[in-house]
Design a protein. Structure first.
Ligand code: GLA
Length: 383
């Protein structure tokens, strides 16, 4: 991949630049908890974006996406926003840096990635973090890693229409090989947990349903609104509650009559999910993978029945996992399509994958995809 990027860069711009990379992420547990001030438990993976980049001494960015075979040119003022959605990620990062006082100028860049798009593995965070990290390094802006993650998140909010939390960008910037990150999304305190399922006799495997539902971002934003409605209602009794993270089931039940049945279910899921993250972290320290797996099924149930961000294909993959005796399985990421993450005992692995492929293909007329992932380092310059 890197060679392709370098060749294209030389062909288009007749020079060479620096090369940077940032990864996608998995999340063992803790979905839709980040924007509720709760905990998440992600790790960066060995799939990401790579970009070559060099300042060109003008006010214009010239960018080429190798995967999409598409070129874009844009200036750095707010009114220069490009049309192509891939280019808006790069533009957004530039704008967010400029808003923070970062003095950057035009640059030339080519990039490519191997994070599957729409699979819930945060290809967009990988892209944002690559450019935030690269520009900070190239222009010696001295922005710290927390702010780099926030720049990526703000890009989603302000230029891509997704009111996401901080998990994806944080994992992409702070990732550490062989470790998951327990992140408190309210304080941004984080702790690395060694994670080596293979040593304990398990494999972590992602099964991609290869479906991506339209309107995923508006449905995502709607979930966030539900949570905010419930917080508003709870605050009438408990003004100290800032996020659902600060609430418990008693507080939620107090306002049951004041919120819609739908909003109640959303909040119930979030409150339970935040606790599941803490339980999984404790279980992991004890090497208790059975509990880890049980909580993962709990998350799937909640995401499917209470938060309603699963879909037929993902529920089906989850059912197959259960039938095969897989230790843990659940929809991963924002939902509305994408992958299940499965914690599978090594001796079950072959039979599970075989059955999942066969049954899924019969039912939906196309194969799922399988990804093995290795927990890897976060944003960095290559070489
Ligand atoms: C997407 C968002 C994250 C997070 C997850 C769900 O990946 O970008 O901020 O909310 O969904 O956990």
């Amino acid at each position: 991949m890197e060679e392709k990027i370098r060749n294209k860069f030389r062909e288009l711009f007749n020079t060479t630049g620096n090369v940077y990379t940032s990864p996608g992420r998995i999340n063992l547990i803790g979905e839709h908890t980040d924007y509720n001030g709760g905990f998440v438990f992600p790790g960066a993976i060995d799939k990401g974006m790579i970009a070559e980049i060099k300042p060109n001494g003008t006010g214009v960015v010239r960018a080429f996406s190798i995967d999409l075979n598409d070129y874009a040119e844009f200036g750095l003022r707010e009114e220069d926003a490009p049309k192509a959605s891939w280019a808006r990620y790069i533009f957004g990062v530039c704008r967010e840096i400029i808003k923070r006082g970062g003095m950057i100028q035009g640059f030339d860049t080519t990039f490519a990635g191997d994070v599957p798009l729409g699979a819930g593995m945060s290809s967009s965070a990988a892209l944002e973090s690559t450019y935030a990290f690269a520009l900070n390094d190239l222009y010696q802006l001295g922005i710290d890693k927390f702010e780099l993650a926030k720049i990526g998140q703000a890009t989603e909010h302000n230029y891509c229409g997704v009111n996401c939390g901080i998990m994806d960008q944080f994992a992409s910037v702070f990732g550490k090989a062989g470790h998951l990150i327990r992140l408190d999304c309210r304080s941004l305190e984080y702790k690395y947990y060694p994670f080596d399922p293979e040593a304990a006799g398990y494999k972590l495997v992602l099964l991609d349903s290869v479906v991506k539902h339209e309107l995923a971002s508006s449905a995502y934003n709607k979930r966030r609104q539900s949570c905010e409605h419930v917080v508003e209602a709870i605050r009438c009794h408990h003004p100290e509650v800032e996020y659902l993270r600060d609430a418990d089931m008693n507080m939620l039940n107090e306002v049951k009559a004041d919120v819609s049945a739908e909003d109640y279910m959303r909040a119930e899921y979030v409150i339970e999910e935040i606790q599941r993250v803490l339980d999984v972290c404790d279980a992991l320290v004890k090497g208790d993978y059975e509990t880890v797996g049980e909580k993962m099924y709990g998350t799937h149930y909640g995401m499917s029945k209470l938060y309603e961000v699963s879909c037929e294909e993902l529920d089906y993959l989850n059912d197959i996992a259960k039938e095969c005796g897989v230790t843990g399985s659940r929809v991963m990421g924002g939902g509305f399509g994408g992958c299940t993450i499965n914690l599978v005992k090594k001796d079950l692995y072959d039979a599970f994958v075989k059955k999942a492929f066969a049954d899924y293909t019969v039912k939906f007329g196309h194969e799922p995809k399988l990804y093995d992932v290795v927990i890897s380092d976060g944003a960095r310059r290559l070489h």
